[in-house]
Write a protein that binds this ligand. Structure first.
Ligand code: ATP
Length: 310
């Protein structure tokens, strides 16, 4: 059974259609990635799920019933705009957020200290939030999101602003939560992360869901028509060739999408006949990043750069 169902969701701001008839299902016990470029509609979708925005139309169901206040109180939500009380101390902040969710006591405090230790922030437990760096404030906000041990996590761009070590730690904790049977939705424009971590994804572009389903199935389906090559020579004859749907140059690798899955061998023959030197010919190989570019248009330079940092 799906934990969460979003059905024909539309949300507009004046003339902007931020979410346009979006539908997707988040299966139980899984990590679900809502992926897309800046301004695609990810935050608006998550805020509408959380009831911060009221949708123009469409339904959001949690275990078959429309989401209500009890859903919101059981979710661990990491908002995009980070909001902590600047003058409050670190440990007090964590205990305060847990108490809002109805959790308190010695055991909880022990758990808070454990998280602070994992994030290398134990020695800052009495520091004021405003005295922490931006990245460290972000870590506190994440701990505040998970400390009350919610069964459902909604994380809006959880990796933004974190260095590679803390990014990795966050990834580990999210995977631990999945093992415990929790449901996790996170939004990201980092395709590498989504590909490695998510069981299911929905790709949103201009407010519309343009791809949706299990990561394994999506990759399998797209890979069948896709070939990655490294070559020396001239492949310009492939432009507009009847078996070629699209050619995308990624620098070191070129992705070629043929029109039908059974045309990859024909492609190989064409390249060999034209004396193209092939250093790599990898049929059935495609990354989520490549799928994203094929579906959503041109590569997004800033995204590619950010991916290469991690
Ligand atoms: P990013 O990765 O940059 O955060 P996103 O995918 O989360 O982007 P949204 O923040 O949901 O995208 O924005 C989707 C569209 O809706 C954008 O065109 C944005 O300008 C518009 N939008 C979002 N919130 C509002 C608002 N409160 N008022 C008016 N327009 C809004």
């Amino acid at each position: 059974m799906s934990a969460l169902e979003v059905k024909n969701l539309t949300k507009t701001f004046d003339k902007i259609v931020a979410v346009d008839n979006a539908s997707f299902e988040v299966p139980d016990g899984s990590i679900f990635g809502l992926i897309g470029r800046n301004g695609a509609g990810k935050t608006t979708t998550l805020r509408t799920i959380m009831g911060i925005y009221l949708q123009d139309s469409g339904e959001i169901l949690f275990r078959g019933k429309p989401v209500d206040d009890s859903f919101k109180s059981m979710v661990g939500y990491l908002p995009e705009e980070r909001g902590l009380y600047k003058k409050m101390k670190v440990l007090d902040t964590l205990l305060f957020f847990a108490e809002v969710k109805g959790k308190s006591g010695k055991k909880l405090e022990k758990e808070a200290l454990k998280y602070l230790k994992r994030f290398d922030l134990l020695d800052r437990k009495l520091s004021k939030i405003e005295d922490l760096s931006k990245g460290n404030q972000q870590k506190i906000q994440f701990i505040a999101t998970v400390l009350h041990d919610p069964d459902f996590l909604i994380l809006d761009e959880p990796f933004s602003g974190l260095d590679p070590i803390n990014t990795n730690l966050l990834k580990t904790i999210i995977l631990e939560k999945k093992k415990e049977g929790k449901v996790i939705i996170f939004s990201t424009h980092l395709m590498d992360f989504a590909e490695k971590m998510c069981d299911h994804v929905a790709m949103i572009d201009n407010g519309k869901i343009i791809l949706n389903g299990s990561m394994q199935k999506i990759k399998h389906e797209y890979a069948q028509q896709n070939v990655s090559i490294n070559y020396e020579g001239d492949i310009s004859f492939l432009n507009g060739h009847p078996i070629v749907e699209k050619i995308e140059d990624f620098g070191n690798t070129t992705g070629i999408r043929v029109k039908n899955a059974n045309q990859t061998q024909e492609l190989l023959k064409l390249l060999v006949d034209r004396n193209v030197t092939l250093k790599k010919f990898d049929a059935n190989d495609i990354s989520l990043h490549e799928i994203f570019i094929q579906l959503a248009g041109k590569p997004i330079e800033e995204l590619t750069q950010e991916v290469s940092h991690v």
